[in-house]
Design a protein around this ligand. Sequence first.
Ligand SMILES: NC(=O)C1=CN([C@@H]2O[C@H](COP(=O)(O)OP(=O)(O)OC[C@H]3O[C@@H](n4cnc5c(N)ncnc54)[C@H](OP(=O)(O)O)[C@@H]3O)[C@@H](O)[C@H]2O)C=CC1
Ligand SMILES: O=C(O)C1=N[C@H](C(=O)O)C[C@H](O)C1
Length: 271
Amino acid sequence: MTQMRLVVVGASGRMGRVLVRAISEAPDLVLAGAVDQPGSEFLGRDAGELAGLPPLGVTLSDDPLTLFAAADGVIDFTIPAASVAYAAFAAQARIVHVIGTTGFSAEEEARIAAAARHAALVRSGNMSLGVNLLAALVRRVARTLDEGFDIEIVEMHHNRKIDAPSGTALLLGEAAAQGRGVTLEENGVFTRHGTTGPRRSGDIGFATLRGGTVVGEHNVIFAGAGERIELAHKAEDRGVFARGALAAARWARGRKPGLYSMTDVLGLTDF
Ligand SMILES: NC(=O)C1=CN([C@@H]2O[C@H](COP(=O)(O)OP(=O)(O)OC[C@H]3O[C@@H](n4cnc5c(N)ncnc54)[C@H](OP(=O)(O)O)[C@@H]3O)[C@@H](O)[C@H]2O)C=CC1
Ligand SMILES: O=C(O)C1=N[C@H](C(=O)O)C[C@H](O)C1
């Protein structure tokens, strides 16, 4: 098969730079374009140089439509409003769209699902193998234990993160809710402050920590009477997310339109 031509949107961001490096190291992939938002100070700069590499001859552009027309896929770790717009552009160009962005509203999620009717789109709050395996484990444990075990999800990220709880924490919360046969909408508790009263049986609680340069840590606690099970994942390097996103792009190439997840990409089946 020919090399897959990928455009990285948000190429000057933390994930964007890691993605540019990962693509440049993959013999089956080629960086076909790098996009930043209009007005960005990085427009016109070489994407390789920004990523700490020798020049790649691909400069940051604010013209996604032209680049998408000549590409096979888009890798997108940006902000929700941008990802929604790029989903429509990728659908128009009928190319693969991999979305790692987190923090979407329900309305934005619906617009992404609508775009996925026209092209293969993979979206996940966490692209790493480890977290997606953890989600399957959480689903399994939640199915086994009854409400005598309280579920709490604790996450910590760097101090530049703008959304809370993390996309991963929500993904893990959904897995716990599915295992229990309930919905996160009805059972999720996202804030506690003041005189809250005792914990309601069946709640799925979330706690958010922010500080320093932490790449991403998640802990799912099943707290019972006199014993506690903890399932945890620690990301040490953003490369794990980039590798997952590129695996998703390869997997989605040539696939029929639809909204896919990393569970589909990794072929993870429930235990
Ligand atoms: N699913 C996963 O596995 C992972 C998901 N993420 C998620 O990815 C997202 C990005 O994270 P991170 O890289 O740390 O954040 P950054 O803020 O470092 O990067 C986001 C980049 O997107 C750019 N951007 C904003 N609007 C546009 C636009 N319209 N077009 C092109 N680029 C745009 C920003 O530019 P500017 O700086 O000028 O605003 C910035 O460079 C977050 O939602 C995060 O939660 C992160 C890691 C893993
Ligand atoms: O913003 C980040 O950095 C991360 N975001 C994702 C999330 O919201 O879960 C994934 C990862 O934990 C890093």
